[in-house]
Ligand binder design. Sequence first.
Ligand SMILES: [Zn+2]
Length: 182
Amino acid sequence: MNPIWAVLLVAVAFVVVLRIKRRRRLPQIPVYARRIEGFQVVASLAPEMSSACLFDHGVQYGKGFRRKEGPELPHDERCRCASLPFSYTSNEVFNGALRNFAGVHNEVLGFTQEAADDLVAQLKKVESVQLPVDIEAYLAAVQVEESGEAMHAFLSARYTYLTEQKPAERQARLEAKMAAEH
Ligand SMILES: [Zn+2]
């Protein structure tokens, strides 16, 4: 073979190998650069917040999540929920960034952020089952750390709001309780 042809052949093979290598390398984004992006619904704590606001608080959604779309906001005329965007590296997510992204919006006088978040968790638990038959039962069911006057006032107002929302259910349960007692 002509030595010039041999050199050319080697050169062409070299270029082809380089191109294949580069193409393979391109789509691989390093792990540390991957970001998790999405939104979280953050409710505003108030005795008159609807069940929709309460139960949607904390919902995370977006491209990389099982839930792609958030709820339609506002939930109702009293709703003060917001959808807050977040963007974390996978390392930050691994270290709990999503769990600690945003607590409930807290404007209740006398509540720390911690007490407000604890209360929301308790309300979700208690209000996912039947409404307690009276205010005493409701107060006993909501197991919050905080037990000051502000908390008592909040829970009393909350119970009043709930009974106004579900008067028929409450009436039926009151009658059942009285029948059981007599
Ligand atoms: Zn809402």
